[in-house]
Design a protein around this ligand. Structure first.
Ligand SMILES: [Zn+2]
Length: 150
């Protein structure tokens, strides 16, 4: 069956985990990484998690404030852009389309930090699609009303 390593993201057989690593979901290979590298991966995953959440909470935002001062430049850069996102656009729903409309200057920062890398176009298409669906919803309501009238 094996186990999942939260650092390298791989499923590995039991013997690839030490007793302590088992508990922490870190394989032996990743245990050997310097603590700094492991922290970096942990923090990046934590922040990608915030981005995927339905809502970036006040607690998340204060955490991002802490991480934005972290020694690793990549971690700090992502934390500082996500802090703005969390403050201005906490809700995941239609976030990208709102950012495109209201704060387009954030887009290059999101792209350069890799948060929307490769996904920017599909993300935007999705956002547009969401809006199209909202229009269909209104149309559905309208036809429903018309039907009820008849
Ligand atoms: Zn690993």
């Amino acid at each position: 069956m094996g186990h999942y390593c939260r650092i390298c993201g791989k499923h590995k057989p039991n013997e690839k985990f030490s007793g302590k690593g088992h508990k922490n979901h870190i394989c032996k290979a990743c245990c050997c990484l310097p603590k700094k590298d492991r922290n970096r991966i942990d923090y990046l995953q934590e922040m990608y998690g915030f981005w995927e959440q339905k809502n970036i909470s006040k607690k998340n935002i204060s955490r991002l404030g802490t991480l934005s001062e972290y020694e690793d430049v990549e971690v700090a850069a992502i934390a500082s852009v996500l802090r703005v996102v969390g403050t201005r656009f906490p809700l995941k729903k239609k976030r990208l389309s709102r950012i495109f409309k209201e704060m387009p200057e954030l887009i290059p920062r999101l792209e350069s930090t890799g948060i929307i890398q490769k996904r920017s176009f599909s993300g935007y298409a999705e956002a547009v699609e969401d809006e199209a669906n909202a229009i269909y919803d209104v149309w559905d309501e309208y036809s429903e009303m018309e039907r009820n009238k008849a």
